[in-house]
Design a protein around this ligand. Sequence first.
Ligand code: F6R
Length: 617
Amino acid sequence: MCGIVAYIGHQQASPIIIKGLKRLEYRGYDSTGISLYNGAELQTIKTKGKVSDLEAKLQAGEPIQAAIGLGHTRWATHGVPNDVNSHPHTSNSGDLVVVHNGIIENYAALKEELIQRGFTFSSDTDTEVLVNLIEDVQKKEKVKLGKAVQIALTQVVGAYAIVVFDHKKPNELVAARLGSPLAIGIGEGEFFVASDATPFIEYTKNVIYLEEEHLAIIRCDRDITIRKITSDKVIKPYIEELQMSLENIQKGGYDHFMLKEIFEQPQAIRDTLRGRLLSNEGVNVITLSSLREHENKFLKARRILIVACGTSWHAGLVAEYLLEKFTRIPVEVEYASEFRYRDPIIFPDDIIIAISQSGETADTLAAINIAKERGAFVFGVCNVVGSSISRLTDAGCYTHAGPEIGVASTKAFTTQITVLSLLALRLGMVKGTLSRSEYQQHLVELESIPDKVSEILTQEALIKAVATSFKDANNCIYLGRGYNFPVALEGALKLKEISYIHAEGYPAAEMKHGPIALIDEQMPVVVIATKKGHYDKVVSNISEIKSRKGRIIAVVSEGDVRVKELADYCIEIPESLECFTPILTTIPLQLLSYYIAVQRGCSVDQPRNLAKSVTVE
Ligand code: F6R
């Protein structure tokens, strides 16, 4: 959470930083600030609210012309969102400014010690403690800025990505990370530091992703120096080429990133399949290069444990059905946040699959570390290339969905299921638990999924009209069975997070064990009732709801007759094999929550209290 952008070079820093912060608002958007230095004056402007509020405040005042600056967009952890708690934070002397993403867990004890030594604090944040701790080290140890930051960070418990500037050393920025990401863009005589590479995409393609516990000293007139914080070992910087384009991170004519990303799904799924699902003289094959070397480990696995959070956890639940069906390997799916703290039993021949769009989720990272400590092999399914999880795992597959900027996850979910389908089918075929003919049948069908998603998207107008009928609901229930039970959970999550309507997902058959008591003429019930799977059972569940006057929106297979007689609204999806229906049934639910949220006037891409990348636990 929180987005950082810093610049040092020869251009005006302020427009670069403001534009960069707008691109990082998915990480947090409750308060924001900027510090600029022009060689004489260090100016800091902060405000509660969004980056556009900061921009207005800058324009209303007299911003200095500066070629060095640090900016921040915040998702509050310590201290309410207000002007004072916004970053950058300044040290007591006024010399140092810091922007920080993460949490300093021992900040209270450090603060107490600093108060004893005469420091004073104006905010409630852990970051103000950190900047003064660095100043304290600088004074006591009489060391340069980089060293002072390094020593201070060895006293810190928690997670951080920071950029520090000392106006007495105006040619230098110091950046460091532990648990929160930082990317350094290298231009011609200029450097950019940001929480991800999007703020500098139009300026340079050369990027260094700072590794865990690394500290970088960035000077305009020299090469970057990187050291390991604890051991002081000098590290050779690894410069990568950025694969992203500006177009990828713009709205492209859509009203919201979420809508753009919903409509990108046919292409995103094709990109996930590209080079992996191949057709050779009429015979289809799956090649997953990252799996090749480790296939045996999977085949001999005692168990597969899937760890993830939120929407990625829902994809994990679908994967449980897929992997158990095709490989007959037992699968357990865990919330990473629970797994990490419950002393889980992990056997060395267990395989852990970690699923994460951002590749930065703190709980998922911690779960991976536990699994690795206990000797298990960890396979990652990530979207963001070069993310922490993709680097920490032993092997993995990218989803190749392209940047997902809307806070509510859409194309990440469908592409995660696509990758996990490839994995399950490939393993099942190699293991012999899936026959050759079934394997072929599934691959032919999988190839047709992007077109089927496009077909569903043509029903946008109908779904928008359904949304109008339900936009004033206070509650909503989502039901599904089998492969589509996780889709019910996902549909409910989408509605909750962007429209703030209370929603619950249940396996349809669980209704009669309690939730059916909620049904009355006010209660919308979204039911996934496709032909394949447990159709007859779901039809009975729908009848039970109808008898209690619930209002039913059903997602059905093309040509359905029985559900249509019972439901108030039906949205059709093309026929498919049962195991791929989650990729299809989830599309109308995404559009439904999108249009309900829009019609309620909600901030779709930046829902309240949320952030896209949850880098704190
Ligand atoms: C919901 C959503 C979140 C994320 C969760 C995990 O729409 O986006 O629930 O799925 O925070 O994030 P990743 O996948 O980045 O680990």
